[in-house]
Design a binder for this molecule. Structure first.
Ligand SMILES: C[S@@+](CC[C@H](N)C(=O)[O-])C[C@H]1O[C@@H](n2cnc3c(N)ncnc32)[C@H](O)[C@@H]1O
Length: 254
């Protein structure tokens, strides 16, 4: 079964978005999206946030005037989204849909200019098929923004943490808990899917290429602005992309 984030909504909001991890994630994603999609023109784009959680990015994009459909299987995530949407001073055009990605149809929702699917694929039992079907909702000139948990980075992080037994066990925990994804993906695997789907990868970034590996000296204070700048710079360079805890692809049909 795909992972429903009921019971994890508040923990997710706090652990990810309430921390530097979330700040890095949103800065890298937004930079990439602004570079490759015309988000600042007067044309309102139809955006689907598939597995959008409480809609951190949905809210940012709706604030720019775009029309967003956010779908998630977790009613708790959607309640949190609703609460946050109501806290904005201006009305946001976000339709909350309590449904799985697999249940979305073109008949009901039409096609979208942009589909976001961030940090969801690694929770799906069959990401390849689910994403391939999701692409039926993308306009021919649309953009697909996929961020996934990187299995090779998971291994590297475990190695440098001395978690050798876990590595030897093939990164399979005895018991999977909380926010550790169950189906991490390899960059090569996702690249081959994009090729099969005739999507050109127009943007590839590593997300958290430094932060998670940092070993500051005992009394060293980290300059967070500088760290952010370094994350943004190295997110686009190899070998750092390959060790990003997440990897962000933007694909456009060839
Ligand atoms: C790690 S959260 C990411 C949320 C959001 N995309 C973000 O980046 O902030 C993963 C979300 O995917 C949702 N999810 C998992 N499987 C799903 C499916 N098959 N259809 C729709 N949502 C799903 C979970 O309920 C959860 O809210």
């Amino acid at each position: 079964m795909d992972k429903n984030f009921d019971k994890l909504a508040n923990k997710f909001a706090k652990n990810i978005y309430g921390s530097l991890k979330g700040e890095i994630r949103s800065r890298v994603l937004l930079r990439d999206l602004f570079e490759h999609i015309d988000l600042q023109s007067d044309t309102k784009l139809r955006i689907l946030d598939a597995g959008g959680g409480f809609g951190y990015l949905s809210q940012k994009l709706a604030k720019l005037g775009h029309k967003v459909v956010l779908c998630d299987i977790s009613s708790q995530m959607l309640e949190l989204a609703q609460q946050q949407i109501e806290e904005h001073n201006e009305p946001l055009d976000i339709e909350l849909v309590h449904s799985s990605i697999q249940e979305l149809t073109q008949q009901e929702f039409g096609k979208f200019d942009v589909i976001l699917c961030h940090a969801v694929a690694e929770w799906l039992v069959d990401a390849e098929n689910t994403l391939q079907n999701l692409l039926k909702l993308l306009k021919p000139d649309g953009a697909f923004s996929l961020m996934f948990y990187n299995k090779e980075a998971q291994r590297f992080h475990s190695l440098v943490s001395g978690n050798f037994e876990y590595v030897e066990a093939g990164l399979k925990a005895k018991k999977t808990v909380g926010l550790t994804p169950e189906y991490p993906l390899y960059i090569e695997q996702v690249t081959s899917w994009f090729t099969a789907w005739k999507l050109n990868v127009v943007c590839k970034s590593g997300v958290r290429v430094i932060n998670d590996y940092m070993k500051p000296y005992p009394d060293q204070e980290i300059n967070v602005d500088k760290l952010m700048q370094m994350e943004l710079t190295y997110s686009r360079n190899q070998p750092y992309i390959s060790i990003g805890r997440y990897v962000h692809f933007i694909g456009k049909f060839a």
